[in-house]
Structure formats: structure tokens, C-alpha cells
Design a protein around this ligand. Structure first.
Ligand SMILES: [Mn+2]
Length: 285
């Protein structure tokens, strides 16, 4: 009560704070990728940046946060991460903020295991069908058991790419997104269609495209990045999937910041939390 009275007795500020819609300039933009079931680390990194409170509720106000996929597999609580993301999306929207989520290849793998189980898949090299492949790539049976229709519905609505403030956001470091279409809308429409498909052959091809990596490394990397940016838009391509720890040769204890490469056109933000690295919450603007 004393605090409330004290607050009420304070003089009004000389100039009113800017209202949300009228506030000048865009709100801060953050990205984060490859949480891989590490729910505690996810909450901790958001708390550290003031984007959630100690109870894990959205505290970022008008901040925009994009998550670049791979919420599940390789860690203890993939479904818990999905539930956190869904809740944060609603909480942020209610206060003028934004939480967006892209589709990662592990969401595709999880759904393929859920839909097709161990049924034989023409052309698939893996034994035990999609379920076998999912398990061999970090799938956690605990997640599959808890995967409810609401989670499936949420995953099937995720876009594969987003163009935000000049940044092309995707999960995987691959030009194979172009096989879905030329343009963010075309890619996302084709990905939506694949997610709705009942055809195992479509899912095999879908999985192969989404798991591809490495297009932007080496001598041909800058040209490949320019090609994807040219087709989908943006001046900087931001991806997760290939981790700094495993794929870019950075020792886990040395993971501190994202890696810019391909003549500065590409930013890798996968800190490899599941490989002893960390979640790299990265502010883009
Ligand atoms: Mn991935």
C-alpha cells in the first residue's frame, strides 16, 4: 500500500511517454535458433535480455523476436519449448510485441515420424522408415508421446522463410529453399502444401531439402548467398541449423557471438547449445 501511495503521489512526467503506435522508429529485432529441447537455457537467455520475467512470461514489450526453427530433438523438453513459444507469441502480441517462429528440419522429421511411423518409404535409405530416421537424428520418444494435435497444428502453420527489415531469415544454410519457389511467399506456400501432404515421397524430398547445409561456405558461398537473397529478398541472410560448434569449427567454450561469413552476406547464429555451446540470442537491429 505504501508503494502504491508513493507512486500515486509522484508528479506527472513533463512530457508523456510515446504511445506504442506513434513511437518513432522500428522496435528492436532479435533472432535465436536451434533451441533443441533446451527449455531451461531458452528461458535463461530470454531472461538475461529482459525479454521474459522470472516466471518466463513475455516482458519484452514491443520487441520483435524471431525463432529460426529446431525447437525439438537432441534435448530434454522439445514439447515444452514449443509450448513456451506458443505462449510467448500470444503474450507478446497482446502488448504490441511479436514472437515469430520458422520451421526447422527437426520439426519436419518429428512430424514425419508421427505421420508415417515405421512404414516403408520408397527411396528412403533409412531402416524403420521415418521413425527410424528421426530417432537416429536426435528424436526423443518422450517428445513424440507428448505431441498433441495442437502441437501438430502449430507446426504445420510455420513458415520456412521470413523477410524482416532487410534480413532474410531461414533455418538451414541451403539454396535448396529455391526448389520450393522463387520468393518468400512461394516458398512458404509450397512448404505449407508439403506439410499438408499425405504422400511419403513428398515427405522424403521435403526432409532432404530441409536438412541440406553448407551452401554459403567456400569459394562458391558468396555467389550462392547472393542467389538466394536475389530470389527471396534481403541484404543479409540469417540462419541456424549448421552450428558454430560442429560445422564452423569453433570450440564450445569460445562461442560468444554469431559468425558473419560469405563476404559478409550471411550470419550463422546456431550456437550449438546441444553440443556444449550456447544459445546465441542475436540482436539484428
Ligand atoms: Mn536444423
Amino acid at each position: 500500500m505504501a508503494a502504491l501511495l508513493a507512486a500515486r503521489s509522484m508528479p506527472p512526467p513533463a512530457t508523456p511517454p510515446p504511445a506504442g503506435p506513434a513511437s518513432p522508429g522500428p522496435s528492436p529485432l532479435f533472432v535465436l535458433s536451434d533451441v533443441h529441447g533446451h527449455r531451461d537455457e531458452f528461458r535463461a537467455v530470454l531472461l538475461g535480455a529482459g525479454l521474459v520475467d522470472r516466471a518466463g512470461r513475455w516482458a519484452g514489450g514491443a520487441v520483435r523476436l524471431w525463432l529460426l526453427g529446431d525447437y525439438v530433438d537432441r534435448g530434454p523438453d522439445g514439447i515444452g519449448v514449443i509450448e513456451d513459444v506458443r505462449r510467448l507469441t500470444a503474450e507478446a502480441a497482446a502488448v504490441g510485441g511479436f514472437v515469430g517462429a520458422l520451421l526447422g528440419n527437426h520439426e519436419v522429421r518429428l512430424l514425419s515420424a508421427y505421420r508415417f511411423g515405421t512404414a516403408p518409404v520408397p527411396g528412403l535409405e533409412e531402416p524403420d522408415g521415418f521413425l527410424g530416421g528421426w530417432l537416429r537424428h536426435g528424436g526423443r520418444e518422450h517428445d513424440l508421446r507428448r505431441l498433441a494435435p495442437a502441437h501438430v497444428e502449430w507446426i504445420t502453420r510455420l513458415p520456412a522463410a521470413a523477410l524482416v527489415a532487410g534480413h532474410l531469415l531461414v533455418h538451414s544454410d541451403t539454396v535448396r529453399y529455391l526448389e520450393f519457389g522463387a520468393g518468400v511467399e512461394a516458398v512458404n506456400a509450397a512448404v505449407s502444401a508439403a506439410l499438408a501432404s499425405q504422400d511419403a515421397g513428398v515427405w522424403r524430398e521435403f526432409t532432404d531439402r530441409m536438412r541440406a547445409r553448407g551452401s554459403f561456405r567456400g569459394a562458391e558461398g558468396p555467389a550462392a548467398a547472393a542467389r538466394l537473397l536475389g530470389a527471396l529478398g534481403g541484404t543479409t541472410l540469417v540462419h541456424g541449423h549448421s552450428t558454430l560448434t560442429r560445422h564452423y569449427g569453433i570450440a564450445p567454450e569460445d562461442v560468444r557471438e554469431p559468425l558473419r561469413y560469405a563476404d559478409g552476406r550471411v550470419l550463422a547464429v546456431g550456437g550449438g547449445v546441444h553440443e556444449g555451446g550456447r544459445l546465441l540470442l542475436t540482436r539484428l537491429r
